[in-house]
Ligand binder design. Sequence first.
Ligand code: IPE
Ligand code: IPE
Ligand code: MG
Length: 265
Amino acid sequence: MFKDTLSRLFRKREEHIIPGKKSTAGMSASDFKRLPKHVAIIMDGNGRWAKRHRLAVSKGHRQGTENLREIIRHTDDLGIHSLSLYAFSTENWSRPKEEVDALMQLILDFFASEIDELDAKNVHILILGDKSRLPEKQRLTLVEAEERTSGNTGLHLNIAINYGGRDEIARAARILASEAANGRLDPSTITEKTIAEHLYTHGQPDVDLLIRTSGEMRLSNFLLFQCAYAEFIFPKVLWPDFSVKAYDEALSDFGGRQRRFGARI
Ligand code: IPE
Ligand code: IPE
Ligand code: MG
């Protein structure tokens, strides 16, 4: 057990020498004044990217996963604690069946091609959202990725699939209500912390920086509770074109923000 923990810790040091993968170009941690502990990204604009290139929407989503690889690598290289990615919302089921099917296939393809490297890099994968509504294959793939990386101590990679912020809060309320009904919880002791402890992201820091690409300026039901004091950045670029350079710019912008948390500073 102890040996296993040690080997996982040492694995972190090997991250730059994964064979066959080039290292991510970009700024290093010391180049930033201050880095967020938790970055959340709403990866928006795949559909418009596809349209602009006269391609099927599924091609836009596929291109968006190419780009994703680099962003995850860079986040890991920078030593950021948590990265939350919005991949599929509870509302996205209302898209055409063809598109939903393509997105579901991409989930399988993404994990098939990335899981080895992510695990080797000591990344801890957590799925935010209700997996029970997903097709069996996808559900098993996600559970397997979570289980395989559950002991990893590096980057916390949260992937939101069939996720809704309101749904997450309702789920916390259900859990707490049943604990109270069983007499295991005194309702008068429920605090903000109690709620946070019953969200998918329990134990992780609040979101410091939320990035939404494509110029849209809304949360679309993402991490409603965790974003209470997040800084928001809305780059105009469409998600498949969001480069490591654009990411570094957003991180630098964050470093220059004055955060007050309601106090008089
Ligand atoms: C975001 O891109 C990806 C998902 C919702 C899965 P969109 O598909 O929403 O792209 P636009 O907004 O249509 O351009
Ligand atoms: C939010 O984007 C969901 C994801 C990026 C997965 P949408 O494109 O679905 O959001 P709306 O419909 O523009 O608000
Ligand atoms: Mg969109």
